[in-house]
Design a protein around this ligand. Sequence first.
Ligand code: UD1
Length: 417
Amino acid sequence: MDSLEIKGGPALRGDIAISGAKNAALPLLAAGLMATNRLVLNNVPRLADTLSMEGLLGHLGVDVVRDGEQVTMSGGATDFDAPYDLVSKMRASVLVLGPLLARYGEARVSLPGGCAIGTRPVDLHIRAMQALGAVVELADGYIQARARNGLQGGRIMFPMVSVGGTENALMAAVLARGETEIVNAAREPEITDLANCLNAMGAKIEGHGTDTIRVQGVDELHAANHEVVADRIEAGTFAIAAAMTDGDLTLHGAQERHLDALLAVLRDTGATIDCAAGTIRVKGNGRPQAADITTDPFPGFPTDLQAQFMAMMCIADGSSQISETIFENRFMHVPELLRMGADIRVNGGTAMVRGRKSLTPAPVMATDLRASVSLVLAALATPGISTVSRIYHLERGYSDLETKLGNCGAQLRRVKG
Ligand code: UD1
């Protein structure tokens, strides 16, 4: 397993082009199952997770062609069974459930794996399908769902906000008969991106980006071309890297309105932020000041940036309280940050971080995608050589991370293992 050797200390300075969002690309790829003709997606990042989804679609019979960052899907499914060996690689594979059921009236999808953050059930996805008339059974580790006469529009009320649940519900509702109302829907930019693409394919969706989405079912979806939205989590990660290393990074393609919560907190820590159309420039201003955060569904502070922000607070001036409300067990980066000399105390879903002037270099191990990148940030800001092992987690979500950081002055090298 490869590791990254990082010689920390230098401020990161320069320009970074933000890639297409992994979390938008995954449901958009799943929507390829629903196109009667073809769906062309541009700006699809080449990542372990997107390649896994493309592999799963190929297994289901979709003709998937990748050319650089463009993915063309056509032909639809010939098989409705998403097996364990493909689904266990990535939790988002469950996103094929709604499209298969809506278009073909049947789906057999293995219960998913993915990042080991909390128990992460799929009950909300299943309830959404049932609300549209599907008969769902759980047997032998599989979700087996049927809608012999097609799905019927209905009211889907989410008891808690679920991004993936909303995406599955939306894709299913688009081809269900009649009207569907999705209440307490997720408002993440990735949902809006999915709805925009489905509408370009002929769907009738309104209210995306708010907590109530209304869908008028249509008989079929036609061909479309769609550009995947920029990755706000990648942009946010580099924004934190700039502030944390007292650097100066300009992020191209990043959208300010997708990062309001983070940018407000970064300003509180003393960073200077300048936003123009399609770019965000983040400049550090010496040692960051401590600030508190609580993760929340969009437009709140994203859970996918919590670990990175915690790494920054480890070297901040003052104490910071970090509350994680989306996932249980999403502090797996804490023991590794402690190995670098951080002062963090965890009590349930809250971590108290007392900033130190500097961390100390150490060998650390990546555990999940965002935890891994938080260790990379900690290493970049710590003078001396740290090694982050098990970096395959990073490859699930960060496109060309080493090159992008290297071009901005980071000293890192991959050690094959
Ligand atoms: C998506 C993102 C992930 C991000 C998360 C929250 C993708 C591919 N992944 O994950 O990066 O961290 O949103 O912003 O887009 N839950 C249930 N039952 C369900 C579904 C979810 O209890 O059926 C719970 C989860 O355990 C979690 C919470 O709901 O506590 C939110 O999860 P959800 O929004 O569904 O996350 P994902 O879609 O899996």
